[in-house]
Design a protein around this ligand. Sequence first.
Ligand SMILES: Nc1ncnc2c1ncn2[C@@H]1O[C@H](COP(=O)(O)OP(=O)(O)O)[C@@H](O)[C@H]1O
Ligand SMILES: Cc1ncsc1CCOP(=O)(O)O
Ligand SMILES: [Mg+2]
Length: 279
Amino acid sequence: MDDGAKEQRDPAWWGRRAWSLLSAVRARAPLVQCITNLVSMDIAANALLAAGASPAMVHSLREVPDFTPRCDAVYVNVGTLSEDWLPSMRAAASAGRPWVLDPVAAAASGFRMEACVELLALRPAVVRGNASEILALADRSVAAASNFKGADSSHESMDALEAAKALALSSGAVVAVSGAVDFITNGEKVVGASNGVPMMQKITATGCAVTALIAAFVAIEPSDALVAAACALAIFGLAGEIGMESSKGPASLRMHLIDTLYFLDEEMVTSRVRIALRP
Ligand SMILES: Nc1ncnc2c1ncn2[C@@H]1O[C@H](COP(=O)(O)OP(=O)(O)O)[C@@H](O)[C@H]1O
Ligand SMILES: Cc1ncsc1CCOP(=O)(O)O
Ligand SMILES: [Mg+2]
């Protein structure tokens, strides 16, 4: 085992990494260009702001040449894909900044799957999806299954672990599958992050928001997207866990999750983040 892998087997090491990355996001306020779906814009922008980053929802193709090179990271999300937005997504993903892809409902249509496959070829640092999305993307398959649920997952994250590894190896991206346990892999190493509460699935666009947070963490740590993605997922899940303590249901959890992202401190992060390198 190399020294890096030894360190990553130590839970305390992950707590310190998560805290140092969140602290760096707060200190450096990375500018994250988000080309994201219409449902997620508010929660993604607010999650980024609460965590200390600077979100900018900039979609026009005509703005990409001036704006994207000045960003610290780019976030592309196909949740409400249209023909008008795809050229902007391509251009922003090709602008030389680290970027992250959320393949929302990748299996919904041939148009969407082709767009995701084309974007994947533009080398995202991280792809984060739910289990059904990662299974579909790894297989390039448009849904025929009767249990297809659009933007929601009909699988557990563990069901997509092998597909995530294969997708990581074929694309060169770190692939993160969210769920009760979030799995993050580069095709060789697999890290599990087990913060979060099931109620997070009942708030629309929490997945989109955590992918935005991954982009902010990748802006800080572009040379280790696996660690950046794992820490962002754990921090977001932890904000959900602590937020749930004051919440009655999805609407109040949405508010408390964002408040908690803003208030997380070193003690909360280092003692409660649950990330582990898997054997
Ligand atoms: N059963 C669960 N228990 C704890 N956290 C969960 C659970 N399901 C999803 N999450 C968390 O909710 C967030 C959104 O994940 P998910 O619902 O899988 O994505 P999407 O919204 O794209 O379908 C992630 O931070 C994930 O860790
Ligand atoms: C409901 C919906 N429809 C198109 S995009 C979207 C939001 C999806 O958000 P998430 O992937 O985080 O559940
Ligand atoms: Mg999603």
